[in-house]
Design a binder for this molecule. Structure first.
Ligand SMILES: [Zn+2]
Length: 171
């Protein structure tokens, strides 16, 4: 074998490999630094917002901000915890899903707010696990497409009259 010819390229290729590995390390570092700079600041409860959110009361610009923030939160937890089969994209059309997700959002804001501590992740995961079955149940009828399951009438006029008569009979 012509050893002197093959030895040199090997050394060069080893050097090149070492340089390439270093370049990759530097690129990874630069990428990480860029990522850290572009990350939004940690979430803090909006000081302008009155907590807890009451969807029956909140209106105007505050309502728009709350919807946007809740939407961003829901998308974040769906992607972070692989909840795409538990929370469907029609969540905002289900009043009970909005209520449950709002409560999870508030738990998240609280546990990761100024009092964040080593148990914050644990607290949030416990709450998420506790709510996940409830969320799955809400979307049972929406597997193919969104189905409105809001009851049109809960109490008939006759039942309502009977209720009022019962009150009248007791007072
Ligand atoms: Zn639906």
């Amino acid at each position: 074998m012509n050893g002197s010819v093959t030895d040199e390229p090997e050394t060069v290729s080893e050097l090149l490999a070492a340089v390439r590995a270093q370049q990759e390390t530097v690129q990874r570092l630069v990428h990480l630094l860029e990522q850290r700079q572009s990350e939004p600041p940690p979430e803090r409860p909006d000081p302008q917002q009155r907590w807890p959110i009451d969807w029956d009361v909140i209106s105007g610009a505050a309502r728009a901000v709350a919807w946007q923030s809740l939407g961003a939160f829901v998308e974040k937890i769906v992607l972070r915890y692989n909840l795409q089969f538990d929370v469907l994209p029609c969540w905002w059309q289900h009043r009970n899903a909005v209520m449950v997700l709002t409560s999870l959002w508030e738990v998240h804001l609280h546990t990761f707010g100024e009092d964040a501590n080593l148990l914050s992740n644990n607290t949030f995961l416990d709450n998420l696990n506790y709510r996940i079955e409830q969320l799955r149940g809400i979307f049972m009828s929406c597997r193919e497409e969104h189905t409105d399951s809001t009851p049109r009438t809960w109490m008939s006029d006759a039942t309502r009259r009977a209720f009022q008569q019962m009150i009248a009979s007791e007072t």
